[in-house]
Design a protein around this ligand. Structure first.
Ligand code: AMP
Ligand code: MG
Length: 312
């Protein structure tokens, strides 16, 4: 049983989040020593005396893969993820959807390479998705990779299934659209998602799921529309790049479309957040113009309300 620690914003973090960040940071430093890493976690809380037991556990996990995982070396690897985004860097969310991880739902490890504001390479490790991106909690999981201009591909992490190219759905009847949204009601605006679905004419129930696993479902055609509306409690929230970079390339390379709620492209050249974008709309492409039009016509709360001027 993995227990959670609380971060400064009260969101949960576990030894697994820290161990994965240390591990990926160590592997990237070996393979691409010049490239900075912009990742979600830092080791500040782990360095305090009260966290010695957790730090020990993290070192054990990391030590199974990397030599010399001393407490100091492990903290240094975790802290190597606090670089400033430059012209070329990697961005990592070691566990996107920590709440899903804790409750036996969906979570992913997401990694992306950004060059001059464009996502060039993406990887989503999805331990609780099975073949065809069907939820399979406790199964071996799937790995999704995408490279700009070269498609999005999925393989199972056990056996020799090879890589299968991903394609978004071809659905175009709004009544049949399968809408994906955050499981956590604090991360979206549940009432306005429902209002959107009504106005769009959706008759299917929405799929509630943590993490960028939602982008995996969209890319395999198991979902058609993904909405990240701003929560009424945090109307000024701006998406973190590690929560969107890998998923966005997977969707576009599978033939889908991703913008913010105003139809603007996601701008990954604004630091560690999508400071110039409000919310996210991702789709199979076919539904995108109508979904933007539906959002534009809706009387939305301040965070989600359409703006007529360029935000940038
Ligand atoms: P989801 O799994 O769709 O709920 O998204 C998980 C991600 O949402 C986490 O990694 C958080 O970084 C991010 N997040 C935290 N607070 C908010 C918020 N108020 N609105 C949207 N996303 C948030
Ligand atoms: Mg995350």
């Amino acid at each position: 049983m993995i227990s959670a620690m609380a971060k400064y914003d009260h969101s949960p973090v576990t030894v697994a989040d820290f161990a994965i960040q240390a591990l990926v940071a160590g592997l990237l430093a070996d393979a691409f020593p010049e490239d900075p890493l912009v990742a979600e976690e830092d080791a500040m809380s782990l360095r305090s005396a009260g966290r010695a037991a957790e730090l020990h556990q993290i070192c054990d996990l990391v030590g199974a893969f990397l030599p010399q995982a001393t407490p100091e070396a492990t903290c240094a690897l975790i802290d190597s993820g606090v670089a400033d985004p430059g012209a070329r860097f990697w961005t990592l969310d070691p566990i996107d959807g920590t709440k899903g991880f804790l409750r036996g739902g969906q979570f992913v490890t997401s990694l992306a390479l950004l060059v001059d504001g464009a996502v060039e390479i993406a990887a989503l490790g999805c331990p609780n998705l099975g073949a065809g991106c069907v939820p399979d909690v406790g199964g071996p999981g799937v790995l999704i990779v995408a490279a700009r201009g070269q498609g999005a591909w999925m393989t199972q992490t056990e056996g020799d299934s090879g890589y299968k190219r991903l394609r978004v759905s071809r659905r175009c009847d709004p009544a049949q659209a399968r809408v994906l949204r955050s499981f956590d009601p604090e991360h979206t605006n549940v009432d306005e998602v429902e209002e959107f679905m009504h106005a769009f004419g959706v008759q299917e129930e929405p799929v509630l799921m943590e993490s960028q696993a939602k982008y995996a479902l969209l890319a395999t055609g198991r979902g058609d529309l993904l909405l990240r509306l701003l929560s009424p409690t945090q109307p000024n929230y701006r998406e973190r790049i590690w929560d969107q970079a890998a998923g966005s390339l997977v969707v576009t390379e599978a033939g889908g479309c991703i913008t913010d709620l105003d139809g603007q492209p996601l701008a990954f050249d604004a630091g560690s957040t999508l400071a110039y974008n409000r919310g996210v709309l991702a789709s199979n492409g076919r539904f995108h113009p109508r979904a933007l039009e539906t959002l534009r016509r809706m009387k939305r709360s301040p965070g989600n309300r359409a703006v007529s001027h360029a935000v940038r």
